[in-house]
Write a protein that binds this ligand. Structure first.
Ligand SMILES: [Mg+2]
Length: 182
């Protein structure tokens, strides 16, 4: 069987508007054009995964139940055709805590590449923070920095120095880097 292409997607500031420790269902708002962009990716055969650092959980700012409710709301609003997003992985640890999956760890990406027989040469990690881009780099896949979230000018200077793609948002990435209409 041919290896499949895949996208590893940061959640806050990439798929949905980042409210900084987004944890209330009413805050969940897909970024404009993201639904159509994800649909174009599914149509083109990309496997979709979400990888999200959620230190607000271990900081005591919100609970796993709130986190899961937000994901359910996001999936409801996106309403993607089958197979949709195959797996969503959250790392609840704070930056100062040991963590297997917290970005920039490449662990989740590596596991999914093996489990779903993905082609690393056709995999991307897309997000708004350095930790996202470095997770892709550490996993040996390409990274895209989007300006739709919390990235600061110095972060994008770093992205440029690393040769990461830099785009306004996820839909622009899909159009320019994947060559899909959306
Ligand atoms: Mg983010």
């Amino acid at each position: 069987m041919a290896l499949a292409p895949a996208l590893f997607l940061d959640r806050d500031g990439n798929l949905i508007v980042d409210h900084h420790h987004t944890c209330e269902v009413h805050q969940i708002t897909p970024i404009s054009g993201v639904k159509e962009a994800l649909e174009a990716c599914l149509q083109a055969g990309y496997r979709l995964f979400v990888l999200t650092n959620q230190s607000g959980i271990n900081r005591g700012k919100f609970t796993w139940a709130q986190y899961h409710a937000c994901n359910r709301r996001m999936l409801e609003l996106l309403d993607l055709p089958t197979p949709g997003i195959l797996e969503i992985k959250a790392a609840p640890e704070r930056p100062d805590e040991p963590s297997v999956y917290r970005k920039p760890s490449p662990q989740f990406i590596r596991e999914m590449v093996a489990k779903y027989q993905l082609d690393p040469a056709r995999c991307w990690m897309i997000g708004d923070r350095i930790t996202d881009w470095d997770a892709g780099k550490n996993a040996g896949i390409r990274s895209c920095a989007v300006r739709s979230g919390a990235g600061r000018p110095e972060d994008f200077a770093y992205a440029e120095s690393q040769g990461f793609a830099i785009r306004a948002d996820f839909p622009e990435f899909v159009r320019l880097d994947l060559g899909l209409k959306c």
